[in-house]
Design a protein around this ligand. Structure first.
Ligand SMILES: CC(C)(COP(=O)(O)OP(=O)(O)OC[C@H]1O[C@@H](n2cnc3c(N)ncnc32)[C@H](O)[C@@H]1OP(=O)(O)O)[C@@H](O)C(=O)NCCC(=O)NCCS
Length: 302
């Protein structure tokens, strides 16, 4: 029977109930697509909590759907706004309640038509999601591949082309923002403060010029990574991978736009493996130079 539900603005108390929809929705989609994902929900919760807290605190919109019978949260949608870049960060309906209009009601609230100069979504290949996202004015531009590798096996050579890494602090946020803006038209502004609190960050200089940036998380999540030219990408990736090896991180993970052919070839050449579960970047218009950029990992937002 179709669920009887209502949609309401989320509160901080909805953090874990929302997450408890996210896990079964992705688990069921992964199984349906032949790439089973059987995580320990508490482990994922603990690992992702700092970023999920950030999304909850800084959401542009965050809405949940409650089942009228049980009162339980059966779906949620959340978005983030960085200047004119309006991104849907999450959109999940519990498998028992999908294909019955819950998603439509949530998306109308969390990702309203007309909002944002550029509307962007890191989207699954779920046909219901894609159908909704085309109706929401976006087009699938290119696939994004999750790549993982063991930094101990392929730790990279020291930079030898005059590119120097410089560890960044909050004093460098203006430079990080300017670089990101030059590469993808928008910058994450004071989100860099969160990144610097939770990740090791670098700017890369060639002489006096800033040519790139990269961030490494404590459990090996790499991103965002930006370069002023695709040719700088291998040196930047070598350095950040070597840092992960020095920190004895077992595995690193990156979200690579598949149009970033330099990064794709470099990482595949280092025996990194592609996750079978590809995503798409859906956007309302073409923007940014994704041949020299990798977004945040895990792939909630760019
Ligand atoms: C994506 C998701 C949130 C959508 O929520 P939902 O409640 O299932 O979606 P709705 O019932 O509101 O809408 C589904 C739409 O897909 C359409 N649809 C279903 N199968 C389709 C197909 N094969 N081709 C085209 N459209 C299709 C339906 O007709 C409906 O559109 P309509 O309302 O215009 O008729 C939900 O299915 C989900 O959690 N999926 C798994 C996780 C996921 O991929 N999330 C996206 C993260 S980016």
């Amino acid at each position: 029977m179709p669920p009887s539900f209502h949609v309401r603005p989320a509160t901080p108390d909805d953090k874990r109930p929302s997450f408890d929809v996210f896990i079964p929705a992705v688990r069921e989609l992964s199984a349906r697509q032949g790439a089973p994902w059987e995580p320990d929900p508490d482990e994922v919760w603990n690992n992702q909590k700092p970023f999920l807290d950030f999304l909850a605190a800084h959401a542009a919109e965050w809405w949940v759907a409650d089942d009228d019978g049980s009162g339980k949260v059966i779906g949620y949608a959340r978005s983030l706004e960085r200047g004119g870049l309006f991104e849907l960060s999450e959109f999940f309906v519990h498998p028992e309640n999908q294909s019955a209009g819950v998603g439509r009601a949530l998306l109308d609230k969390a990702f309203p038509n007309g909002r944002g100069e550029v509307r962007a979504i890191i989207a699954t290949t779920d046909v219901r999601a894609q159908s909704r996202y085309y109706q929401a004015g976006t087009v699938a531009r290119f696939p994004i591949a999750g790549l993982t590798g063991k930094p101990g096996v392929a730790a990279g050579e020291p930079l030898n082309n005059g590119i120097e890494p410089v560890a960044v602090t909050t004093d460098d946020i203006a430079d990080l923002s300017a670089l990101e803006r030059s590469v993808i038209e928008f910058d994450r502004g004071n989100e860099f403060e969160w990144l610097l609190e939770h990740r090791e960050g670098y700017l890369y200089r060639q002489g006096r010029e800033i040519v790139g940036s990269a961030f490494l998380g404590p459990r090996g999540a790499i991103g965002p990574v930006a370069a002023t030219h695709p040719d700088h990408t291998p040196s930047i990736l070598d350095h950040i991978e070597r840092r992960a090896a020095e920190r004895e991180i077992a595995e690193v993970a990156l979200e690579v736009p598949m149009v970033n052919e330099v990064a794709m070839r470099h990482l595949l050449g280092r025996q990194f493996k592609m996750d079978t579960f590809l995503t798409f970047l859906n956007t309302s218009r073409p923007f940014g130079q994704f041949d020299r950029f990798m977004g945040f990992s895990p792939p909630f937002v760019l």
